[in-house]
Write a protein that binds this ligand. Structure first.
Ligand SMILES: [Zn+2]
Ligand SMILES: [Zn+2]
Length: 185
């Protein structure tokens, strides 16, 4: 009974103690909590994006192929001002025909300046709408060829490795070793 009343007294004394709340609730305010701050950040982001897109627009067509050693290309990106490998570029730059600037990649005639009637597709090749739909049957043949070659190469390499394996060999290990080699080359 005495123990119980002691505990009750302690609980009663602790009732007014809001150390927990002070530590975890009132002191953890967000850095960007105010509305003014958010408005400011939104405006800053707008200015930043405007500058980026202005730069991209002004340097249209100025990107170049920087390096050509044993079929290895480096692309100098004008607006970002650094060079990247073709693996970091869109698919069209891995095909055997690089996307051209302002020219239809099928008939090689210039685009007339309006976006109507011409299109740049996801691989980064650009076509007249009529060339893409009627002549190419809605496929980019350069990129399709590149992907087909890649599939053929991988399949034949897999078949070669399978034919070399004896009955007790470990296929998974062999595949992993090959994967590592590919990444390094
Ligand atoms: Zn065309
Ligand atoms: Zn393409």
């Amino acid at each position: 009974m005495e123990q119980l009343s002691k505990t009750a007294k302690i609980i009663n004394a602790k009732k007014a103690d809001n150390a927990f709340e002070n530590a975890f609730v009132t002191q953890h305010k967000s850095m960007y909590a105010t509305k003014d701050h958010l408005t400011l950040l939104t405006k800053k982001a707008k200015v930043f994006l405007l500058r980026v897109f202005e730069d991209v627009y002004q340097k249209l067509g100025q990107s170049s192929i920087k390096n050509m050693k044993n079929n290895k290309f480096t692309f100098q990106l004008a607006s970002l001002n650094f060079a990247v490998d073709k693996k970091q570029m869109l698919l069209g730059f891995s095909s055997d025909s690089f996307p051209s600037f302002n020219i239809c990649d099928y008939c090689y005639e210039q685009f007339d300046g309006t976006s109507k009637g011409s299109m740049v597709i996801a691989c980064s090749h650009g076509y007249h709408e009529s060339c893409f739909i009627n002549s190419l049957n809605k496929k980019c043949h350069y990129c399709e060829k590149f992907l087909n070659l890649g599939v053929d190469k991988n399949v034949s390499s897999l078949l070669t490795r399978l034919s070399k394996l004896g009955p007790k060999s470990n296929l998974v290990e062999s595949l992993e070793a090959d994967e590592t080699n590919n990444l390094e080359s």
